[in-house]
Design a protein around this ligand. Structure first.
Ligand code: SAH
Length: 239
C-alpha cells in the first residue's frame, strides 16, 4: 500500500483502513515513523529495516501472512511507482500467496510535487528515476534523452544522493542539449512533511541547485511557463 507524501490529510481512507486493520506493518523506518503519527495507528506491531533490505522485508511479510497475520507493506507515495508493490507481487507469486494480495494506491510524489508547483503536468509527461542502483546508468540516460527529445514534461525521482551525483549531472547535461536555457524547472523537497520546500528555477540555473533523495524535480517542456510564481504547462485551451 501507498501512504502518499506522508501527511495524514493525503492518506486515502482505504489506506487508513488497511493500516488500522493490520496486525503487522512492514516498511522502511522513515515511512513507519510517519504512520506512527497518524490516527489509524493504535500500536500495531512494526517490522522495519533500512534501505537495501527490501527482499528480506518482503519475505518476512509473506511469512507473517502465511501464519495468518494481516500485513500491510508500506511504501511512500504510490506502492506501484518505484515502490514495493512489484517485489511483493513477485515474492507472493513464488510462495503461492498472490490470491491474498490487495494493492492499495496512494498519491505519487509526482502529483504532490506538481500540485505544489502549479500545473506542470497538463501535457504528456514521463517519470524517470535517476537511481542507478537497480537500473544501469546508460539505460537511464537513454530514457532521459528520448523523453527530452520528444518534448515530454519530465519528472525526475531519486535525483541525487551524496554518493550518487553522476546520474544527476549527466541527466542535466542531456536535458540542456534538448531544452532552452529558460525552461522552467520545479524542485519540491519533503512534500507534505515537516520542512517542505518548493523552488522554481530554470534549466540554465540548475547547477546552482542540489536536489537530494527527498526531492522531486519537474522539468517543463517547450510550452511550460512561469506565471505568478507558478509553473504551468498550458493544455492549449484558448482563454
Ligand atoms: N513510491 C513513491 C516513490 C518512491 S522513490 C511515490 O509514488 O512517490 C523515492 C523518491 O520519491 C524520492 O527520491 C523523491 O524523488 C520522491 N519522493 C518521495 N517522497 C517525497 C516527498 N515527500 N517529497 C518530494 N519527493 C518525494
Amino acid at each position: 500500500m501507498g501512504i502518499g507524501p506522508g501527511g495524514e490529510d493525503d492518506l486515502t481512507r482505504r489506506a487508513a483502513r488497511a493500516i488500522s486493520e493490520a496486525d503487522l506493518l512492514v516498511g522502511y523506518t522513515t515511512y513507519l515513523q510517519l504512520v506512527q503519527k497518524m490516527s489509524c495507528y493504535h500500536g500495531q506491531e512494526m517490522y522495519t529495516t533500512g534501505m537495501t533490505h527490501e527482499v528480506d522485508r518482503v519475505k518476512y511479510a509473506a511469512e507473517a501472512a502465511r501464519r495468518g497475520l494481516k500485513v500491510a507493506v508500506v511504501s511512500s507515495g504510490d506502492a506501484g511507482v518505484y515502490g514495493m508493490a512489484g517485489l511483493v507481487l513477485e515474492v507472493l507469486e513464488a510462495t503461492g500467496q498472490v490470491a491474498q494480495l490487495e494493492i492499495i494506491p496512494g498519491i505519487p510524489a509526482a502529483n504532490t510535487a506538481a500540485a505544489l508547483l502549479g500545473a506542470p503536468l497538463m501535457q504528456d509527461y514521463a517519470t524517470i528515476s535517476l537511481s542507478d542502483l537497480l537500473t544501469p546508468l546508460p539505460d537511464i540516460l537513454k530514457r532521459v534523452e528520448a523523453a527530452a527529445a520528444a518534448d515530454f514534461v519530465i519528472v525526475l525521482y531519486n535525483p541525487r544522493s551524496n554518493s550518487r551525483r553522476d546520474p544527476w549531472e549527466q541527466a542535466v547535461a542531456v536535458l540542456k542539449k534538448h531544452r532552452q536555457p529558460n525552461t522552467p524547472v520545479g524542485m519540491v523537497n519533503k512534500a507534505g512533511r515537516a520542512g517542505e520546500s518548493v523552488k522554481l528555477t530554470f534549466l540554465e540555473q540548475l547547477d546552482e541547485h542540489e536536489p537530494d533523495m527527498l526531492t522531486t524535480v519537474i522539468v517543463g517542456n517547450s510550452r511550460t511557463r512561469v506565471k505568478s510564481g507558478r509553473m504551468i504547462t498550458p493544455r492549449g485551451y484558448l482563454l
